[in-house]
Design a protein around this ligand. Sequence first.
Ligand SMILES: Cc1ncc(COP(=O)(O)O)c(C=O)c1O
Length: 434
Amino acid sequence: MKGKKNKEQYRMRTHLVHGNFQSKKWDYDHHVNPPMSASAMYRLSSSQRGAQGFVEFANEDVDKTQHLPIYIYDRLEEPSRGMLEENLSYAERGNICLTFATGMAAISAVINVLCEQGQEIVAHQVTYGCTYSFLNGWLPRFGINTIWLEMNDEQALRAAISDKTRVIYFETPVNPTMTMIDIAAARKVVDEFNHGRSEKQQIKIVVDNTLATPYCQRPLELGADFSVQSLTKGISGFGTDMGGSVVSESQYENQLLLYRKDFGGVLNPRSAWTFLVYGLPSLATRMSNQIKTAHHVAKFLREQPGIDKVVYPGFEDHPEYEVARRQMTNPEGKFSPGNMIYFTLKDAVDNGKQSRKVDKFIDYIADRAYCITLAVSLGCIKTLIENPYSMTHAALPEDEKRRMGMEPGGIRLSVGLEDWHDICEDIKCALAHA
Ligand SMILES: Cc1ncc(COP(=O)(O)O)c(C=O)c1O
């Protein structure tokens, strides 16, 4: 657009609100909002153009930055999704982004693109339940095994890496324990092992950035090779749509495109439009407010006699506070410890199981609380609560969960946009009835 200043001169918050006025994916100069495309297939003006589209798709010799894609079929490439991908790769500070139908579709895509039969993944012992069951239940069928460990234990990491290792995988903060994994420390170890390895054998670091969102943390800047996330969470923000993304360097784009074409888990363009028009533009405002509220709620929780422990990366006594301060910063460099809290009630465990007290606390919230909802998912403008041990993380083995700081009765709170006094009041009433 003639006369417009370069958007790179503006801060991320502003950029996310406005996105791109123009896109190589689609010319929409005269729209204030990007238009929504809803077409499974695209009209081709000649058979020659149709053939050209197939030749150019995921072709290494085509410079995508200089070239309008020839759209053929939604499962290959599509403009609403393409525009979202441009903005997500900017937010995550990568070169390319591919979106998928869900976070799990994105995670399985990056792993399947990187790993071949006989190779291994080294992963932090606690991951989102479905990531665990994907790595532990499905991948061994294809000869790809995962070694589980405490990722911050450098000695254990060094001991686990072998010639077979292809991927180092972790979430940070870890869902739901809120453990912080040091990305730079993992990078240092991986660089040493990568020395002398061929590109196909290089170990890649894949970080799940779902809990932080790119507003609070940008893993590629910190040393990761891939940042994956569930767009269903903080990017959506309103709990209306599902999606997932992989952000990385340009060299992986074609492989990911080919994988997505054949496995088929594409993001619905209507959801892409929702993320593009509502999710990303409101991300900075939502997250900065949710962080402030989370801080108040975490402090309140800590003062309650009925509460045993509260884990929040914004607390100075968080075990990895120094890592949190280094990694969790907003694009202006301000410490941004996110909106997620993990806590336990006193007497939360009875005979190795979640106690009646926790049942009563949660059931009171489910029944009576106005501004806290018992539901899975996170990063929503509505405050959500759940018991990860028996719900989102049910797939993980009991002894491993306990060893890694997840207890029956542990509670995950995703703080929303409500007034913090009201959230605390609902918790206070639930504690009184527990
Ligand atoms: C950390 C993390 N990664 C990945 C996922 C999977 O995302 P989706 O539900 O969009 O497939 C989740 C879902 O809760 C999650 O919490």
